[in-house]
Design a protein around this ligand. Structure first.
Ligand code: NAP
Length: 502
């Protein structure tokens, strides 16, 4: 058994952000457990052609680790992965990383006031557990009848098969989300035929992308204030998008950006009709691309505006019964969001997993703490997501919330903090009420923001400015506090209420 004050699960941007925050505060007694052989999380996993961030790179980076050398406004995946590894080195996190270590179970013990984290290698005992395993982690391939008998090759965008050369092949791409629309223009010129299976047409807007000139890079390198001002401008402009998304009517007024973009690129009325979305802009994450529509106008590209009914040994059958012969299927069909793997192995004080407590509708307080799971801190947990800004800002804010909790625990000799059930309930009532009339809930689409029960458990309905303010300090009054001197409740503690599931 290895003792650590803090165990962090996941070596992506979340785990890294927490590690850096701890080191900044002089806390070194922690380990980051990463199941793969390299850090990187989503940026290590996703290596499909065209993979890039659709948030501008100068915002999609840690505020304390600016990178003046981003090559483009929206930098490609290899550059983001290289940035992540460089930051991990520079901030001294690597010596706290344990690779090839997969968490099998993390169980809270009320008696010990500790987490027991069993991995494929050893078991850790920790005061604090941080779950930074990523909300978009487990690739989702639909259970299509006949898939197991497909005679060709199939894989998911997040598990790209680099051994399988697409040159000259008949390739089906299933799905039209962020991943597919980045992929399609990259592979269309090399494949023989591209068949895009589109169940729902997406909103695609012009992408304000370009290579960043050397002069601009030099300015950012030698005048850091200029880079900060640029970052701040992007951040605040994107916050306005968030405000608009609260009102479907406002988003409808912006739809001309998408319809104009489509009309300029696609002259064929039949194809244009197929590619025209039937829901309000913003209901699903809107996509940015200047090359997606032009790729679909090429003679070897075919849009099948239907879902897939079944797979045969030689191809796919679309919903109308037509058979389409292909030798490769690429699934850009998204991720398991409602029931991520981490929720199946974290066991709280009443012996149930997060997944069992959630029942398909994840909920937390500020996306970070969950009643019944003392000293557990989720990174990018439920209802802190957004379709407009950088996840890294949220990670920084959550890491400082955790650090604020740790400082108070140390100062007041606190063994554990368990979120009060009523605080969680009130917060989630407010979130759901605020989401009700927003474009994500009322925009006429079914997106991955809505969980298996139809509840929006992904989006934070207010601005990130508001979220960051609320995450600045952990309020002890939101928690049931257990003093370090064995299980007795702190005397300053108000009367407790029943815990979730207790
Ligand atoms: P996604 O947005 O969930 O899109 C999945 C696509 O697959 C949708 O078009 C969906 O159709 C389709 N689909 C799912 N099941 C299907 C089935 N059985 N038959 C036919 N079509 C099916 O997944 P994603 O593109 O991987 O993106 C997920 C998230 O990852 C994004 O929203 C974003 O947050 C993140 N991401 C970000 C970037 C970036 O640049 N920052 C890049 C890639 C991904 P329906 O629309 O009809 O459901």
């Amino acid at each position: 058994m290895t003792r650590k004050k803090i165990v962090i699960v996941g070596g992506g941007f979340s785990g890294l952000g927490v590690g850096i925050e701890l080191l900044k505060r002089g806390i070194t007694d922690f380990v980051i457990l990463e199941k793969a052989s390299q850090l990187g999380g989503t940026w290590r996993e996703n290596t499909y052609p065209g993979c890039a961030c659709d948030v501008p790179s100068h915002l999609y980076s840690f505020s304390y680790a600016p990178n003046p050398d981003w090559s483009r406004v929206f930098s490609p995946q290899p550059e983001i992965q290289a940035y992540l590894l460089r930051v991990a080195q520079e901030f001294g996190v690597m010596s706290h990383v344990q690779l090839d270590t997969e968490v099998e179970e993390a169980r809270w013990s009320d008696d010990a006031q500790k987490w027991f984290v069993r991995t494929n290698r050893e078991t850790f005992e920790a005061e604090i557990l941080v779950a930074g395993a990523g909300p978009l982690h487990l690739p989702k391939i639909p259970k299509l009848p006949g898939l197991e008998n497909f005679g060709g090759t199939y894989f998911h965008t997040a598990q790209w098969n680099h051994e399988h050369d697409l040159k000259g092949r008949r390739v089906a791409v299933v799905g039209t989300g962020s991943s597919s629309i980045q992929l399609v223009p990259e592979i269309q010129p090399i494949v023989k035929e591209l068949l895009l299976f589109q169940r729902t047409a997406a909103w695609v807007l012009p992408k304000p992308d370009h290579a960043i000139p050397a002069l601009e890079k030099a300015l950012f390198r030698y005048v850091p204030a200029a880079q900060r001002a640029y970052r701040s401008t992007i951040y605040h402009a994107l916050e306005l998008v968030q405000l608009a998304q609260r009102r479907p009517k406002a988003m409808e007024r912006l739809q001309f950006l998408g319809t104009g973009h489509l009309a300029r690129a696609v002259k064929d009325p039949e194809l244009r009709a197929k590619l025209t979305p039937d829901f309000v802009l913003g209901c699903k994450r809107f996509l940015l691309s200047n090359t997606y529509y032009p790729a679909l106008t090429q003679p070897n590209a075919h849009v099948i505006a239907q879902g897939v009914r079944e797979v045969t040994p030689t191809g796919l059958v679309s919903a109308d019964g037509t058979h389409h012969e292909v030798d490769t299927i690429v699934f850009g069909t998204g991720f398991e969001v409602s029931d991520p793997p981490i929720s199946r192995c974290v066991v709280g004080r009443d012996g149930r997993t997060l997944g069992e407590v959630w029942g398909g509708s994840p909920e937390a307080f500020l996306g970070t703490t969950v009643s019944g799971f003392p000293n557990l801190f989720l990174m990018l947990g439920p209802n802190v997501g957004n379709g407009h800004s950088s996840a890294l800002g949220i990670i920084e804010a959550q890491a400082s919330y955790l650090a604020s909790g740790l400082e108070q625990m140390a100062r007041q000799d606190i063994a554990s903090l368990d979120l009060r059930a009523e605080v969680q309930a009130r917060f989630n009532d407010d979130v759901q009420e605020a989401l009700r009339d927003t474009v994500w809930n009322a925009g006429g689409c079914a997106s991955w923001y809505l969980d298996v029960n139809g509840r929006n458990s992904a989006i934070y309905p207010w601005t990130t400015i508001d979220l960051f303010r609320r995450l600045r300090r952990l309020e002890l009054s939101h928690y049931e506090v257990t003093a370090r001197a064995r299980a007795a409740k702190s005397p300053a503690q108000p009367a407790t209420r029943a815990r979730v599931g207790a």
